[in-house]
Design a protein around this ligand. Structure first.
Ligand SMILES: [Mg+2]
Length: 96
């Protein structure tokens, strides 16, 4: 369920501006992750901030497209598949 404040933000500022903000925040997080890895920058504070920004915007994206339940269901299945791949990986890479 979306935080009522975020629902209000979507209604007040509009669908298109908020969906563009999703992309903008994702690019900010990408930038910080790249700085951290490529330039070995100590920017955990920035990564925390941008991760929070992205999560806030993803909540509005799910509200905008009415896809919260579908995303939850897809995530559940995806995590199950990842687990299967991990189990297979362990089997193939375990010391015999
Ligand atoms: Mg940001």
């Amino acid at each position: 369920m979306i935080d009522p404040v975020l629902k209000r933000a979507l209604k007040t500022w509009g669908e298109e501006p908020q969906m563009l903000m999703v992309v903008e925040e994702m690019s900010e997080l990408m930038k910080e992750v790249l700085k951290n890895i490529n330039r070995k920058k100590d920017n955990i504070a920035e990564i925390i901030e941008e991760t929070a920004d992205v999560e806030i915007m993803l909540a509005q994206l799910k509200e905008n497209y009415h896809i919260f339940e579908q995303v939850e269901s897809y995530k559940k299945n995806k995590i199950k598949k990842i687990e299967e791949r991990l189990n297979q990986w362990d089997k193939e890479h375990s010391a015999a």
